[in-house]
Design a protein around this ligand. Structure first.
Ligand code: AP5
Length: 216
């Protein structure tokens, strides 16, 4: 199965992707996670990625598509995956069509999570991230059992460099301008299932996704 999980920054894509992939044993392919793992090194590429991501800008399409192609060629993705954070531009969506067609695959469903800007600002400003396993927590909504420590791998949690007010605002404006048209592009071919996340717990959103998308 090939699924896409889409939405503005901070709507809960990564949180839901982890739950879906655990429950259904699907590989999770997150371009944000690929970039952050690459940024841990001290290479020229690492610095180039940081120069875009920490400012809240998109990584250019050519570099993003090249890195996605390298990742997707791995064995673990050959029987399907959940794509999180890609495509973010119409150009990327067109490249994805070609890539999947070359792999004899097609998109089965697209989950579009909706949330207000005000709630997104709160969620992202309270987010805590594990730099080791990429699990996420929240100061306001879902603290780990031990403050500041990842429940899954016991690593020290951090606040992502791009989770500052200026970067969050930039990410939101870039996503509204460049990523919402991708949703419209998919709506035209009738594949988008919308999930409203306002005032719903993580479990509630997950259960709605399961009912609306996966178990159909
Ligand atoms: P990426 O990592 O994809 O970041 P993003 O889209 O900005 O999304 P986030 O990770 O910020 O949010 P999310 O929706 O996953 O929310 P989460 O589940 O963490 O990309 C980072 C950067 O990489 C981009 O800005 C760009 O520069 C670059 N990039 C990546 N892909 C690219 C591409 N294709 N092309 C070009 N550049 C690209 O949840 C947020 C918080 O809310 C957490 O604290 C969580 O615990 C909490 N939460 C979740 N659900 C709930 C709930 N129901 N109730 C209460 N709290 C909740």
């Amino acid at each position: 199965m090939i699924s896409l999980i889409m939405g503005l920054p901070g709507v809960g894509k990564g949180t839901q992707a982890e739950l879906i992939c655990d429950e259904y044993n699907i590989a999770h392919l997150s371009t944000g996670n690929i970039f952050r793992n690459t940024m841990k090194g001290n290479s020229v590429l690492s610095k180039e990625l940081a120069s875009y991501i920490n400012r809240g800008e998109l990584v250019p399409d050519d570099l993003t598509i090249k890195m996605l192609k390298e990742e997707i060629s791995q064995e673990k993705y050959q029987s399907g995956f959940l794509l999180d954070g890609f495509p973010r531009t119409v150009e990327q969506a067109k490249h994805l069509n070609t890539l999947l067609s070359d792999m004899n695959m097609k998109i089965d469903n697209i989950i579009f999570i909706k949330l207000t800007t005000e709630e997104i600002m709160k969620r992202l400003s309270g987010r805590l991230t594990c730099p080791n396993c990429q699990a996420t927590y929240n100061k306001y909504f879902s603290q780990p059992v031990e403050i500041g420590i990842c429940d899954k791998c016991q690593h020290q949690l951090i606040t992502r460099e791009d989770d500052n007010t200026q970067s969050i605002k930039k990410r939101l404006s870039v996503a509204k301008e460049q990523t919402l048209p991708v949703i419209d592009y998919y709506k035209e071919i009738g594949k988008v299932i919308e999930v409203e996340a306002l005032n719903k717990s993580i479990d509630k959103v997950f259960s709605e996704i399961k009912n609306m998308v996966i178990d159909q």
